[in-house]
Design a binder for this molecule. Structure first.
Ligand SMILES: Cc1cc2nc3c(=O)[nH]c(=O)nc-3n(C[C@H](O)[C@H](O)[C@H](O)COP(=O)(O)OP(=O)(O)OC[C@H]3O[C@@H](n4cnc5c(N)ncnc54)[C@H](O)[C@@H]3O)c2cc1C
Length: 387
C-alpha cells in the first residue's frame, strides 16, 4: 500500500531477491545491498528442489513460475540410496513426463539469475557490504556501508544469511556447529569422462550412507555432478587440516582415506573431482529461534532460521519468507502490523522445518543411518515431509 517507505534489504540471496521482486510486482521500490562485487563473484553451489508449497509458491507470487518451468529439471526427482558396498537400499525412479511438478530441481545460479533479471536496473547495489548496524537516536535502524556511507531506512530487512549482521539488532543467538562438515567438489563432463559415475548417480540425487558418514552426489546442469562428502570432524579441522587449498591432491587423498573400505565405485566420486574441494561446515541456529519486535527491523531466510540442509527447506523457506513479507507490506499501511503479520506464521513454520532437519542429521549420520534415511525418503514419496 505505501510506496513511500524506504526499504533496505541486506543480501541478494534467494530470499532477499524474492522479497525485492514481489515488492516490485506490487509497485513498491526497495534497495538490496549486497557485499559480493557482482552476481558472478561466487559459485552459487548445486541444485535445489523447489517445493510446490514454498519455493514454487514464492515464484508464483513473484510472477515467475512460468519462466521457471523450462529452467527446471523434474527428472532430478530420481533418488537412490546406497550402502557403502554400493548396494541399492532404495530407488525412487524419475517422474514420468508431465509429472514431477511437486519438487523439480533447478540450478541455484539459474534461479538467482531469473530473480535478478526480473528486477529494475539498480535495485541491487553490488559491492555494498554492510559493516555495522545500529538503532539510531530517532529509533530508526542505521546501516554503515563498507565505503563509510550510512543509510537510514524505514524498514531494514536482514536477508544476509547465516552470519547475519542485521540479526544482532534482534537477537543474541549465534549459529552452532553441528559436528558434521561437507566437502563440496564437482565432476565435469560426466557423460564422456565419467560414464560409470553418471550411471551410478542417475538423473537426480544419490546418497551413500554408512559408518556415520556419507557421500551425496547430485546432478547439476551442464553435464556436471556435485559431490558432497559428509564427515564428522571438529570444525577447524575441516578447514585447516583435512582440506588444504594449496595442495588439492593431498587433500583428496586425505578425504579418500576417510572412506577406506567403501566400494571403489563410490570412492570414484571423490577421485573424479577435478575442481577445488570446498569445506562447508554445517551450522544451525537454535530450533525455534525468534525475537521480540524491534520497530522497523526483521529477518528472513538463513538470517532468521539457519538449519542443516537435511529437510531440503532452507532456500525454499527463504523464498517463501521473502514473498510473504512483501505481501504483508503491500497489504498493511502500518509497518509494525505488517511485520507482525509476516513473523507470526513464519516462526512456527521455520521451527518445524528446523526440527526435522536436525532429526534427519542425527538419524542419517547415526549408527542406523541407512535405515533412517530409507524411512524418511519413503515417507516423502508417499506424501510426507520434505527432504
Ligand atoms: C550444502 C548445502 C546444501 C543445501 N541444499 C538445499 C536444498 O537442497 N534445498 C533447500 O531449500 N536449501 C538448501 N540449502 C540451504 C540454502 O542454501 C539456504 O537456506 C539459502 O541459500 C538461504 O538463502 P538466504 O537468501 O537466506 O541466504 P544466502 O543465500 O546466504 O544469501 C545471503 C546474501 O547476503 C550477502 N551478505 C551477507 N552478509 C552481508 C553484508 N554484511 N552486507 C551485504 N551483503 C551481505 C551474501 O553475500 C549473500 O549473497 C543447502 C545449504 C547447504 C550449505
Amino acid at each position: 500500500m505505501s510506496g513511500e517507505r524506504r526499504i533496505a534489504i541486506v543480501g541478494a540471496g534467494l530470499g532477499g531477491l524474492t522479497l525485492a521482486r514481489v515488492l516490485h510486482v506490487h509497485g513498491i521500490a526497495s534497495t538490496v545491498y549486497e557485499g559480493d562485487a557482482s552476481p558472478t563473484a561466487r559459485d552459487q553451489g548445486g541444485t535445489l528442489d523447489l517445493d510446490r508449497e514454498s519455493g514454487q509458491r514464492a515464484l508464483l507470487l513473484a510472477g515467475l513460475l512460468e519462466e521457471f518451468r523450462p529452467l527446471s529439471r523434474p527428472e532430478g526427482g530420481e533418488l537412490r540410496l546406497l550402502d557403502k558396498d554400493a548396494t541399492v537400499g532404495l530407488r525412487i525412479p524419475p517422474p514420468e513426463p508431465g509429472e514431477g511438478e511437486e519438487r523439480p530441481e533447478i540450478d541455484r545460479s539459474a534461479l538467482r539469475n531469473l530473480l535478478l533479471g526480473s528486477l529494475p536496473e539498480g535495485t541491487v547495489r553490488w559491492g555494498h557490504k554492510v559493516r555495522t548496524v545500529a538503532m539510531g537516536a530517532a529509533g530508526r535502524p542505521t546501516l554503515t556501508l563498507s565505503d563509510g556511507r550510512t543509510v537510514e531506512p524505514d524498514l531494514l530487512v536482514g536477508a544476509d544469511g547465516a552470519w547475519s549482521r542485521v540479526r544482532t539488532l534482534l537477537s543474541h543467538a549465534d549459529p552452532v556447529y553441528s559436528g558434521l562438515s561437507f566437502v563440496d567438489g564437482l565432476l565435469r563432463d560426466v557423460g564422456t569422462r565419467h560414464p560409470a559415475i553418471a550411471e551410478l548417480v542417475g538423473q537426480g540425487m544419490m546418497f551413500a550412507l554408512a559408518d556415520e558418514k556419507g557421500l551425496t552426489a547430485q546432478r547439476n546442469g551442464g553435464d556436471r555432478i556435485r559431490v558432497y562428502s559428509a564427515v564428522k570432524v571438529p570444525e577447524e579441522w575441516s578447514r585447516s587440516g583435512l582440506i588444504d587449498p594449496a595442495d588439492p591432491a593431498a587433500s583428496k587423498k586425505r578425504l579418500l582415506d576417510l572412506f577406506p573400505d567403501w566400494d571403489e565405485q563410490l570412492r570414484a566420486l571423490i577421485a573424479g573431482i577435478d575442481g577445488p574441494l570446498v569445506p562447508r561446515p554445517i551450522h544451525a541456529l537454535p530450533i525455534g529461534h525468534r525475537w521480540d519486535r524491534v520497530p522497523g527491523v526483521t529477518l528472513l531466510g538463513d538470517a532468521a532460521h539457519l538449519m542443516s540442509p537435511f529437510a531440503g527447506a532452507g532456500a525454499n523457506l527463504a523464498m517463501l519468507d521473502g514473498a510473504e513479507l512483501a505481501l504483508a507490506l503491500a497489504t498493511h499501511d502500518d509497518l509494525e502490523t505488517a511485520l507482525n503479520a509476516y513473523e507470526t506464521p513464519m516462526f512456527p513454520r521455520a521451527e518445524e522445518a528446523a526440527a526435522l532437519s536436525a532429526e534427519h542429521l542425527t538419524g542419517f549420520f547415526g549408527p542406523d543411518g541407512l535405515r533412517t534415511a530409507r524411512d524418511a525418503f519413503t515417507a516423502v514419496t508417499s506424501g510426507g515431509a520434505a527432504r
